[in-house]
Design a protein around this ligand. Structure first.
Ligand SMILES: [Zn+2]
Length: 135
C-alpha cells in the first residue's frame, strides 16, 4: 500500500510542474511542488503577490509571529529615535530619498540594469566619436 502511494507520488513528481529554483545543496532545480506563484514554500512560494509582498505574514507558529512583530516594533522605535535626532535639513533629505526610492528588489534590479545599459551606450557613443575624430 505504502509502496503504491510512493509510486504514485513519484509519477506525480515526474509529470507535475515543479518549483525549479536552484537548490542550495547541489545547484540542481528544486523538485518540490510549486505554490501559487510557481515556487515551493522553501523558495519564496509563501511570499504574497502584488502590493503585499513585503507585509508580515502570520507564521505557522504563533510565537514566531509574535517574535517577528516585536522585532519590527523594535526596529521602528530605533528609526523613530534616529529621526528625532535629525536636523530639519537632514530630515528633509531623508524624506526626499525615501520618496524617490522604491524598496521593491525587482525595481532596484531594473534600475541597476538600466543604469548599466546607459553607461554602456555612453561608452559606445564616446568610442564612435573618437573614431570620427581620427578619420
Ligand atoms: Zn523549491
Amino acid at each position: 500500500m505504502l509502496a503504491r502511494a510512493r509510486q504514485i507520488l513519484r509519477r506525480m513528481r515526474q509529470t507535475a510542474p515543479m518549483c525549479g529554483a536552484a537548490r542550495r545543496t547541489d545547484g540542481e532545480p528544486c523538485r518540490n511542488f510549486p505554490l501559487e506563484n510557481g515556487r515551493c514554500k522553501f523558495h519564496g512560494g509563501l511570499v504574497p503577490k502584488g502590493k503585499n509582498w513585503h507585509r508580515v505574514q502570520p507564521a505557522h507558529n504563533p510565537k514566531r509571529t509574535l517574535a517577528k512583530l516585536h522585532e519590527i516594533e523594535a526596529r521602528q522605535a530605533k528609526q523613530r529615535k534616529r529621526f528625532a535626532r535629525m536636523t530639519p535639513e537632514e530630515r528633509e533629505a531623508h524624506q526626499a530619498w525615501q520618496a524617490s526610492h522604491n524598496p521593491n528588489p525587482r525595481k532596484r534590479w531594473e534600475r541597476r540594469v538600466a543604469l548599466e545599459a546607459r553607461e554602456l551606450l555612453r561608452l559606445a557613443d564616446e568610442k564612435a566619436r573618437a573614431k570620427d575624430l581620427d578619420e
